[in-house]
Design a protein around this ligand. Structure first.
Ligand code: ADP
Ligand code: ADP
Length: 227
């Protein structure tokens, strides 16, 4: 099944006054795709991202994730599905500053039920994958922005998610570091990972094979325009 299957998804915040942030959104993302989502501020990107990540529920339409119809799930089941199958990467990293890199990566495995030794082994392998094995015992508060984002990517990948969901992943980075982080994400995609990148930066978005544009809560596709 597709990783993401949005069918006529809408989200209206009740207000008052009510605000329809998304309307009639259809989107299918298949395994192994790399899709960017671009749109100006206020267009509905956060709403869209929150729905994809099952942090919020649509008011209309159906969302299947990995073939699972999500509307019937309880909050606990949604949390478990999210924790196991979606890796999140944010602009602001959201790492624990007083823990080292390996501990940060290990923490996201807590609720998948693996023992400490296995968690450490997985964390080490993931830090190696993002080129940070030499920094495993460094506190994240003492790392550069690029290193922090790579730790965050290692953390996002450690449970072998079906989807890597990136929200402005380079928003806090200088352009050289941003380029390195984008190259890392692209190499992960090249090795099979499904990636959804949400950004307001059209030049970043254009690096994906497929771009969808959100405007006033509606979604339009532009396929193959840039390459
Ligand atoms: P973006 O991330 O592209 O800036 P958002 O999804 O945050 O867009 O917002 C889309 C629209 O929905 C905006 O008009 C915004 O003000 C509104 N909105 C977002 N969240 C809420 C909320 N919790 N309650 C009411 N309106 C909201
Ligand atoms: P971003 O910087 O990612 O676009 P926003 O500033 O749009 O994020 O939104 C941050 C949070 O505030 C989101 O959870 C969003 O749902 C909420 N939000 C945005 N607009 C409104 C609003 N008008 N009323 C209430 N909450 C809002």
């Amino acid at each position: 099944p597709p990783v993401i299957e949005f069918t006529r998804i809408g989200r209206t915040y009740p207000g008052p006054p009510p605000v329809t942030a998304l309307k009639g959104v259809n989107l299918v993302v298949r395994r192994g795709e790399y899709v960017s989502v671009v749109g100006p501020s206020g267009s509905g990107k956060s709403t869209f991202l929150n729905l994809i990540g099952m942090l919020d529920r649509p008011t209309t339409g159906t969302y299947r994730f990995d073939g699972i119809e999500t509307s019937g799930l309880r909050e606990k089941q949604r949390t478990a599905l999210r924790g196991r199958r979606i890796g999140f990467v944010f602009q602001a990293f959201h790492l624990l500053p007083h823990r080292n890199a390996a501990e940060n990566v290990m923490l996201s495995q807590l609720y998948v039920g693996v023992n400490r030794k296995e968690r450490r082994r997985h964390a080490t392998a993931m830090l190696d994958k993002v080129g940070l094995s030499h920094r495993a015992t460094a506190l994240t508060s003492q790392m550069s922005g690029g290193e922090r984002q790579r730790v965050a990517i290692a953390r996002a990948l450690v449970n072998e998610p079906s989807l890597l969901l990136c929200d402005e992943p380079t928003g806090n980075l200088d352009s050289k570091t941003a380029h390195e982080v984008m190259s890392l994400i692209e190499s992960l995609h090249a090795s099979g990972l499904t990636v959804l990148l949400v950004t307001h930066d059209e030049s970043l978005a254009a690096r994906a094979l497929r771009t969808v544009m959100i405007r006033d809560g509606s979604l339009t596709e532009s396929i193959g325009e840039t390459r």
